[in-house]
Design a protein around this ligand. Structure first.
Ligand SMILES: Cc1ncc(COP(=O)(O)O)c(C=O)c1O
Length: 454
């Protein structure tokens, strides 16, 4: 049956434009392929074989899934390192990394081992009982950061939800009942729960759901005067990404970040850093705050923390954590042994000089390649960001066309992301091999050429 699949794939390859030039009749070839695909499926069914089945198609998504996503036409079925393969065996280089999640690539052997070892011993307990992987991971997070206490959950939004609830609770307990103002930034992104979309600075994500949680104000990122004008003793927290990701890969000015810290201290407001995208090595530091020289009161982490296994964490100090007393907050799955075992191994690997300095090296490879492509095609105004959270910002001529570059890259066998309409975003594995960077950038150059040449 595998042979059958290969024959089909071979026919599809043969159905390239070159072959079509010869047969001059695309329709006939497609009809033939459709017939063969049906025959292939029926033959498999008769033999009781289901693997590599195209019974699962992209069309099934539209049939059975809530239409809140618009996934690509292909369905990946295998990943290894920085490579992916789709149902037809077509290979892709992955510079998207599951949106900055697969920090050690796909199916890293050490993570597979942790997952299977843990899977063979203990899966789930709930927080009625604690477990060894969660405690080991929490200890490592505490030992490696400013924090003294950790709360585990399952995603970035949940980590931010916990942070916001904690900030409100802490301010009400230590300040006054009306110390509830949360200041956040335009274009910020903090997740999709109702509180986090409200604090996020993009109305498209938060509007249309009825009344929002109140007392949330937004100001432009890096705008010190706006912050000075709005922060007061009723402010319970300022929430920011120490490098805006979804909002367009925008770094904070150092002076701005330091001033935010000072103003928070002056008004006894907590500073929350959302490091869901920047955390766990992405910027070349374990956490981005370490490179800024500004320490938050609460930090949230997710995405890369589990290397692809869902986990989120909120980190804070003992004094602040004390406001989250028994029963104030919780999660059935938070601190799940499987997630924590994989995250512990991910953390051990990433939190090393070798990987963190490797991120800085790889940033140079990406920047050099993008600059070279830009010299030839003049499509970018700048390449910005830090470490392996990079954005190629489209120039005037290509405004609003980031998605065209993403689609063109996918057609060349390369996965990239966008960050808004004008930025092509790169968030590859932190250990992506140089050969993959080079091949990926060759594919990207071809994609850029295709967009430029229409
Ligand atoms: C900075 C930031 N915060 C929060 C989130 C939400 O994380 P999740 O999708 O895991 O809830 C994201 C996701 O992109 C993010 O980039």
């Amino acid at each position: 049956m595998r042979k059958n699949g290969h024959i089909l794939y071979g026919l599809k390859v043969l159905c390239s434009d070159k072959a079509l030039e010869i047969c001059h009749n695309r329709q006939t070839v497609y009809k033939l392929l459709t017939f063969l695909a049906l025959y292939n499926g029926i033959a498999r069914k008769l033999k009781g074989e289901h693997y590599m089945s195209h019974a699962v198609t992209r069309a099934l998504f539209d049939e059975v899934m809530v239409p809140n996503y618009a996934p690509a036409a292909i369905i990946p079925v295998k990943g290894e390192g920085s490579r992916l393969w789709d149902q037809d065996g077509r290979e892709y280089i992955d510079f998207a990394g599951g949106i900055a999640v697969n920090c050690l690539g796909h199916c890293h052997p050490a993570l597979v081992k942790s997952l299977t070892d843990q899977g063979n011993s203990l899966w789930h307990l709930s927080n009625v009982l604690t477990n060894e992987p969660a405690l080991r991971l929490a200890k490592k997070l505490v030992d490696s950061t400013f924090s003294e206490k950790v709360f585990f959950c399952n995603s970035g939004a949940e980590a931010n939800e916990a942070a916001l609830k904690l900030a409100r609770r802490y301010a009400i307990e230590h300040g006054s009942a009306d110390k509830t103002k949360i200041i956040a930034f335009e274009q910020g992104f903090h997740g999709r729960t109702f509180f986090t979309v409200t604090v996020g600075g993009q109305a498209t994500y938060s509007d249309g759901f009825g009344p929002k949680p109140g007392d949330v104000e937004h100001i432009p990122y890096n705008d010190l005067a706006a912050l000075e004008a709005i922060i007061d003793d009723q402010t319970c927290a300022v929430m920011m990404e120490p490098l805006q990701g979804e909002g367009g890969i925008i770094s904070p000015d150092l002076e701005f970040a330091q001033k935010v810290r000072e103003l928070c201290d002056k008004h006894q407001a907590l500073l929350i850093f959302d490091e869901v995208q920047t955390g766990v090595g992405r910027t070349g530091e374990l956490y981005a705050y370490m490179g800024l020289g500004v320490t938050p009161d609460i930090l949230t982490s997710a995405k890369a923390l589990g290397g692809g296994f869902p986990i989120g964490a909120m980190l804070t100090t003992t004094a602040i954590a004390a406001s989250m007393k028994v029963g104030t907050h919780g999660s059935t799955y938070g601190g799940n042994p499987l997630a924590c075992a994989v995250a512990e191994t991910t953390f051990d690997i990433v939190n090393s000089e070798e990987v963190l300095s490797g991120v800085k090296q790889r940033e140079q490879w990406f920047r050099e390649a993008l600059n070279r492509i830009n010299e030839k095609y003049q499509v970018f105004a700048e390449v910005r960001g830090k470490g392996l959270l990079l954005g190629a910002v489209l120039n005037e001529q290509y405004q609003g066309r980031a998605r065209d570059f993403l689609v063109a890259a996918a057609a060349e066998g390369l996965m990239v992301l966008v960050a808004g309409a004008n930025v092509v975003r790169f968030t590859p594995s932190l250990i992506v091999p140089q050969a993959d960077v080079e091949s990926g950038m060759q594919r990207f150059e071809q994609a850029v050429a295709n967009v430029v040449n229409g």
